[in-house]
Write a protein that binds this ligand. Structure first.
Ligand code: ADP
Ligand code: MG
Length: 232
């Protein structure tokens, strides 16, 4: 098993029309790291997240997730790596409204044709306080509860890395704090690797490292060094 959850080496993502979303970015995310990504709008945060999670492919450079090089894979094989190695948490929760909480949680496993690990799910449900809510529909939950469901869903397949795109962006301050407590505890107690895009300096402060993006490059890293060859 690779010691690193994600490794980007010399990654450039050029968009049609001459826009460079990412410009020669190298970044190593060790297993068990809690990494925040910050930067102004248009600085390349989403592009970094998409490329690092296998949702998108680099124009140049390589991307390894859980030790598997995905840069040159076709969409079908990348989708398989994503299902097995990557969890996603979105600002807008992205739960399936027609499914119950429990069905939402186990959906990634059903899509992957895997049988649920009941013990692991029970532990996650217990940890997130969702035990009494499993039969509810998402629209019967508060925002904080919905995000807890999304967190459990992201973890259910035991991914190498969880990517969170502004996971507290739609929540009030107190509820956001609860979600950040939860994410921190996943890192501390379970050794889960978490990469979180955020605009909130308070949220970033909860992470072990913050990568600052500017103009498609890493402009600075705060915290213990995790980058290799970051742009000077
Ligand atoms: P951030 O998430 O930090 O706001 P993005 O990664 O979304 O930044 O965008 C970085 C740059 O790439 C911006 O200039 C943006 O306009 C451009 N960009 C992003 N996605 C596309 C796309 N699909 N096609 C063309 N340009 C894009
Ligand atoms: Mg963005």
């Amino acid at each position: 098993m690779s010691a690193d959850a994600v490794v980007l080496t010399g990654v450039t993502r050029a968009y049609p029309g001459g826009v460079t979303g990412l410009d020669d970015v190298s970044l190593r995310v060790p297993r068990g790291a809690f990494l925040a990504i910050m930067g102004e709008s248009g600085s390349g945060k989403s592009t970094l997240l998409h490329v690092a999670s296998g949702l998108d492919v680099p124009t140049r450079g390589s991307v390894a997730i859980g030790g598997v090089e995905i840069g040159r894979m076709g969409e079908a094989r990348r989708a398989k790596v994503r299902r097995e190695q990557v969890g996603f948490i979105f600002q807008s929760y992205n739960l399936v409204p027609s499914l119950t909480v429990e069905q939402n949680i186990t959906l990634p496993l059903r899509l992957a044709g895997r049988s649920p690990d009941r013990r692991w799910i029970a532990e996650l449900v217990e940890r997130t306080g969702l035990a009494g809510l499993l039969r509810r529909a998402p629209d019967e939950l508060s925002g904080g509860q919905r995000q807890r469901v999304a967190v459990v869903r992201a973890l259910v397949a035991r991914p190498a890395v969880v990517f969170a795109d502004e996971p507290t962006g739609a929540l009030d301050a107190r509820t956001a704090e609860g979600i950040l407590d939860l994410l921190s505890s996943l890192v501390t107690d379970l050794g889960q690797t978490v990469v979180m895009v955020t605009h909130d300096p308070g949220a970033a402060a909860r992470a072990g490292h913050t990568v600052l993006m500017a103009g498609g490059r890493i402009s600075r890293i705060v915290g213990r060094p995790v980058a290799v060859g970051a742009a000077a």
